[in-house]
Design a binder for this molecule. Sequence first.
Ligand SMILES: [Zn+2]
Length: 251
Amino acid sequence: MVAVTDQISCSHCGAPLPVQPGEILITCGYCGFTSVVETGKAFEFEHSLILNTIATDQTFEVVKGWMKNSFIAPKDLSKKSSVLEENLVYLPFWVVSGEASSHYKGIFERAAPAVEKEGDITNHYDWLVLARKETDFPTRSYHISLEGKIPFEATKIEKNAKVLNSELTSQDATQLAHDQISNLHQYLAKDRADKIVEINTNLNVSGAYYLHSAVWFITYAYKGKRFQVLMDGASEEIIKGDLPGEDFNVI
Ligand SMILES: [Zn+2]
């Protein structure tokens, strides 16, 4: 393993690559080439990029529009709130493509008498896995703009943006995709047979690629308190946002 203070060099251009503990892949900020930290060798998967399209001074305008459309936000929120921080971060993801099929056996209890029921659930997925550990980023509710992806190019990334590296290998990501899809199929199966006795999910992976997507981490203040909003930099969609309730008052 590489220690905190160790540095490796980019296998493409030779630039030094500062390695953070836990990182598996590292993308060169100079040439954009991605290396595998442990071996120092070239990364063999496709690497894509979804660029930010919003200017820094426009991000809070989008957030204000979202505040105005909220039913629970205080009426004066968009007028009385002020922006504290706006950080553009390129988050790493794995996209695992494949066909998942589950066979389930269960008991349909809505009928009287209850009957045994079995069936199959089959779907194709481009399953998004956040390539970072220990984070509460809401991947499942994130509608990433995959149609806007381009090949990764370091020069297209804004100077003020931060690029995070992957802490997961493609195998880690594939395993996570399998587990998460199994959970989804279990949930879907419960809708068809109330009590699931047995379910097996098989994920036939056709490919995986690595991706960096632009996300704004915005902090705003309202009546002396801080709230966070995550916004997709390509679609301007609010991924997750904290709001003071309408009865919000400072004590
Ligand atoms: Zn390089």
